[in-house]
Design a protein around this ligand. Structure first.
Ligand code: FO1
Length: 320
């Protein structure tokens, strides 16, 4: 039987890894892609609402991402941050001059009563983004990290302390009350495949999966034959970006693609690992998962589109 081409794919995404994969999928599917983004990293800075994972996905899908910095906008300058520092404000979390516009628009609209989801639609449309970016929930969720020095806000751990402290425990303030938006529920209900980015299982994916309605929507999709594929963010025992490898070990897991596969095994069908980890494939299959071995580094536009194409082909073949 000829395989029907995919028209609606939902991706679950954190920051950079999620954004790169989304960019690749968007190259194939355009508006057929819906990206559900983590909002646990969100924060208030200088009175403005900042949504880092959302904005990383937004800027990357718009082709405006700053590849040298790994966050923010290309061609960014920081004159406002220097001025703020002159006023004695804390500037370890820097808002670039161009980036600032995004936070000003978002904050004004949210204060006027608009939903984050509607603001995201406005931002995406304004930057000409084909795919749809959906915050995982409208409720405020804030990831907190316990280190040996006590509980820290996410960005204090991530940016101010450069992810140096050992992570002892995580909590997601507000997550117990958070519910999926109608848009997220509808996207999962219409999904023909669900793709899980190579994002941090604890910092990015756990908050998304903890939102009431999202895991249920994924399970319902699987029950109707929709495949769920996840890509390992650990290659050769090391995180492609960020502290995932160290957090895995700190929290009692193995820092390997197998360690990540064990975490995701209960709710996915296919696990994509890098060719350097091919030897782990049998152990991952023993978890009951299909395994795809491929080059998964997404360091160029071509690589993003190639990885996305490989994953889309694999999930197309798995559809029932
Ligand atoms: N990351 C940094 O390393 N330093 C920064 O000053 C910084 C500012 C910043 C401002 C807006 C934004 O959307 C993201 C920003 N990031 C910065 C990146 C970001 O906070 C993290 O990479 C993610 O939260 C982790 O996914």
């Amino acid at each position: 039987m000829a395989e029907r081409p995919l028209e609606h794919v939902v991706e679950l995404a954190g920051g950079v890894g999620g954004a790169r994969l989304a960019h690749g999928i968007q190259a194939h599917l355009g508006a057929g892609l819906t990206v559900v983004v983590n909002t646990g990293d969100d924060l208030e800075r200088h009175g403005l609402l900042v949504c880092p994972d959302h904005d990383t996905v937004l800027y990357t899908l718009a082709g405006l991402d700053n590849r040298a910095l790994g966050w923010g906008l290309e061609g960014e300058t920081f004159a406002n941050a220097a001025m703020l520092a002159g006023y004695g404000e804390e500037t370890w979390f820097r808002l670039g001059d161009r980036d600032l516009a995004t936070h000003i628009v978002r904050t004004r609209r949210v204060r006027e009563g608009q939903r984050l989801t509607d603001v995201a639609r406005h931002l995406g449309a304004s930057l000409g983004v084909a795919a749809r970016i959906l915050p995982m929930t409208e409720n405020a969720v804030r990831t907190k990290i316990r280190t040996d020095d006590g509980w820290l806000d996410f960005q204090t751990y991530f940016v101010r302390l450069h992810q140096a402290p050992e992570v002892r425990e995580l909590r997601y303030d507000g997550l117990a009350e958070a519910t999926a938006t109608p848009e997220v529920e509808a996207a999962l209900a219409a999904a023909e495949a669900i793709v899980v980015a190579p994002s941090n299982p604890f910092l990015s994916l756990a908050p998304i999966l903890g939102v009431a309605g999202i895991r249920a929507g994924i399970d319902a999709a699987r029950a109707r034959g929709v495949p769920v594929a996840a890509i390992s963010g650990i290659i050769g025992g090391r995180a492609v970006k960020g502290p995932a490898d160290r957090i895995l070990v700190s929290l009692g897991h193995e820092a390997s693609a197998l360690g990540v596969a064990r975490i995701h095994a209960p709710w996915i069908d296919l696990f994509v690992i890098d060719t350097v980890d091919a030897a782990l494939a049998p152990a991952i299959r023993e978890l009951g998962l299909d395994v795809l071995v491929a080059d998964t580094l997404m360091d160029t536009d071509e690589a993003r589109a190639r990885v996305a194409g490989t994953v889309l082909e694999a999930v197309t073949a798995l559809r029932r």
